[in-house]
Design a protein around this ligand. Structure first.
Ligand code: PXP
Length: 239
C-alpha cells in the first residue's frame, strides 16, 4: 500500500491572496495528519509566493509524521534546509514565471553541483529525493550521485490527451520506477495527480509514495463549502 504525502502549498496560496493569517497551513497540516496522511509536503520557493520560512519552522516542530521540503538546489534555501532539518528534501527545478514545477531536474547534466548539495544534506542527516521526468538516464545519474529517492514527475502522463499517449507515459513511468527500485532507491511520484488519474498508477508497486496537492485542496473546498455556507446562514438566522 503506497503512502500519501499531502502538499499544502495551496492553503498558503489562499492565505497570501489576502495577505492575512488565514487559512493557516499549520492548522491544515494538523487536519491532514488527523485524516491519516503519511507526510506533509511544502515547497519553499525562492520568491516565497506561498509557503513562508515561519511555516517551515513551525511544521518542523509540530508534525507527527514526516516533513518533505521541496526546494530548488540553491545556496539560500539549502542553508535553510540545513537549519530546519526536515526528514526529507526533494530537489526540484524552479523558474520564477512558472505556475507550478513544470518538469524534472536535469540530473545527468548537473551531476557535480547536485552531488555537492546532496552531500551537504546527507551530512545533516536529511534524506534526499530528486524530482525527475521518467527517463532512465536521469535515474542512473540520480543513483550515481547518491540520491536516496527519486520522485517521478507525472505531468506528462496526466496531460496526455490520447489513450495511446497515456499508455506510453505509463510505460515510461513503470520502467523508470523499476530501474530505480532495482538499484535500491525509493520511488515516489507526483504532479497533477487526482482522484481519477491516480488509478492507473496503482498497479506500479515500485512507487511507494504519492505526493499530491492541488486536487486534494481543490476537493477540500468543494466538500467543505456547503458546511461553511450553512454555518454563516445559521449565524445570520440567529441575528
Ligand atoms: N511533487 C512535487 C515535487 C511537486 O513539485 C509538486 C507540485 O508542487 C507536487 C508533487 C504536487 O503536485 P500537485 O499540486 O499537482 O498535486
Amino acid at each position: 500500500m503506497a503512502r500519501l504525502g499531502v502538499n499544502i502549498d495551496h492553503i498558503a496560496t489562499l492565505r497570501q491572496a489576502r495577505g492575512g493569517a488565514e487559512p493557516d497551513p499549520i492548522a491544515a497540516a494538523v487536519l491532514v495528519e488527523l485524516a491519516g496522511a503519511d507526510g506533509i509536503v511544502v515547497h519553499l520557493r525562492e520568491d516565497r509566493r506561498h509557503i513562508k520560512d515561519r511555516d517551515l519552522h513551525l511544521l518542523r516542530e509540530m508534525l507527527q509524521t514526516k516533513l518533505d521540503l521541496e526546494m530548488a538546489p540553491v545556496e539560500e534555501i539549502v542553508k535553510i534546509a540545513l537549519d530546519v532539518k526536515p526528514h526529507m528534501v526533494t530537489l526540484v527545478p524552479e523558474r520564477r514565471e512558472e505556475l507550478t514545477t513544470e518538469g524534472g531536474l536535469d540530473v545527468a547534466g548537473n551531476r557535480e553541483a547536485l552531488r555537492g548539495t546532496i552531500n551537504l544534506l546527507h551530512d545533516a542527516g536529511i534524506a534526499v529525493s530528486l524530482f525527475i521526468d521518467s527517463d532512465l538516464d536521469q535515474v542512473k545519474a540520480s543513483h550515481r550521485i547518491g540520491a536516496d529517492y527519486i520522485e517521478i514527475h507525472t505531468g506528462r502522463y496526466v496531460n496526455a490527451k490520447l489513450l495511446k499517449e497515456q499508455d506510453a507515459e505509463l510505460e515510461a513511468i513503470q520502467q523508470t520506477a523499476k530501474m530505480a527500485y532495482k538499484v535500491g532507491m525509493g520511488v515516489n511520484a507526483g504532479h497533477g495527480l487526482n482522484y481519477r488519474n491516480i488509478k492507473r498508477l496503482l498497479p506500479i508497486h515500485e512507487i511507494v509514495e504519492y505526493n499530491i496537492g492541488h486536487s486534494i485542496i481543490s476537493r477540500a473546498v468543494m466538500v467543505g463549502l456547503q458546511q461553511a455556507v450553512r454555518e454563516m446562514k445559521d449565524l445570520l438566522n440567529k441575528g
